[in-house]
Design a protein around this ligand. Structure first.
Ligand code: 6GU
Length: 268
């Protein structure tokens, strides 16, 4: 098991900065990190034992800086289990944020729509999740310094923040959905039969990330806000095949709407 305290000297810059808000940016949204003022960069490769993401467009660095007067740390390039990164390593970024004093983490992702009322380009506030991935970043010896062996996952997605975000989006004239995020490992997309199952289970969107970070964040008491960009409908919902280019294309199209919401959340 990796010993996180050994990383401390390499993340001293982050710890001294003392960010309040953590941002983990999903596919197509990494550029938001560039908005931070007086930014400094900490490359993952300079943190010993830290994984590196090979997903295209992910920059593999933390950015620390201020935005609307708040101290923010953004993770530009997140890790996925499908890359072959061990589950316990998926908890590291959130734990570094915890050591630096982060109280709230905002997670974004690209997801497939399960709810037939959704359309590609919709944004969805995550109100809860279903972990179908079969992995959990807390498997292994418990890191007692971070949290309990059996952490509670009720209200994992801060209910008052969810409500507030929905209200503010309304004020801004942005249609914001809400729903349950289902995590599957990927990298293959689901079969139509699997999608029917997920829908029956009560899922509204499906993706390949976020849940491990949420579990790690709740373990150590960090508040969570999750927002999915519905980049495509899940296989079988529409009678058409799914390709990754569509995911990237839609994420690019709704980037502005997504950024407006992030601005408002961080500002308030
Ligand atoms: Cl349909 N499935 C999964 N697992 N991840 C996705 C997706 C679908 N669409 C975007 N990301």
């Amino acid at each position: 098991m990796f010993n996180i305290t050994e990383m401390k000297p390499c993340i001293q810059k982050i710890i001294s900065f003392g960010p309040d808000i953590g941002l983990i940016l999903g596919s197509g949204l990494g550029a938001y990190g560039e908005k931070l003022e007086n930014a400094e960069y900490i490359e993952y490769k300079n943190i010993p034992g830290f994984p590196v993401s090979h997903v295209e467009g992910h920059k593999n660095r933390f950015i620390i800086g201020t935005l609307y007067g708040k101290k923010v740390i953004a993770m530009q390039g997140r890790f996925h289990y499908y890359e072959g990164i061990e589950p316990h390593l998926l908890a590291l970024p959130v734990r570094i944020m915890k050591m630096a004093g982060v109280r709230t983490v905002i997670l974004t992702n690209a997801a497939g729509g399960l709810n037939p009322d959704f359309v590609p380009g919709d944004l969805m506030v995550i109100t809860d999740h279903i972990n179908l991935s079969g992995i959990n970043p807390l498997i292994g010896g418990n890191e007692d310094a971070f949290g309990p062996r059996f952490p509670d996952m009720t209200k994992a997605y801060h209910p008052e923040y969810c409500e507030k975000i929905i209200k503010e989006a309304e004020e801004m004239g942005i249609r914001l959905r809400q729903g349950i995020y289902v995590m599957n490992t990927g990298p293959s997309y689901e079969t139509p039969a699997e999608i029917r199952m997920m829908r029956l289970l009560g899922g509204d969107a499906v993706g390949m990330s976020t849940v491990p970070e949420v579990v790690a964040a709740r373990h150590c008491g960090i508040h969570v806000i999750g927002i999915s960009c519905i980049t495509n409908m899940a296989p079988g919902i529409l009678d058409q095949p799914l390709c990754h280019d569509e995911v990237i294309e839609t994420a690019e199209k709704v980037k502005h709407k997504f950024e407006c919401i992030l601005d408002r959340i961080i500002g308030n």
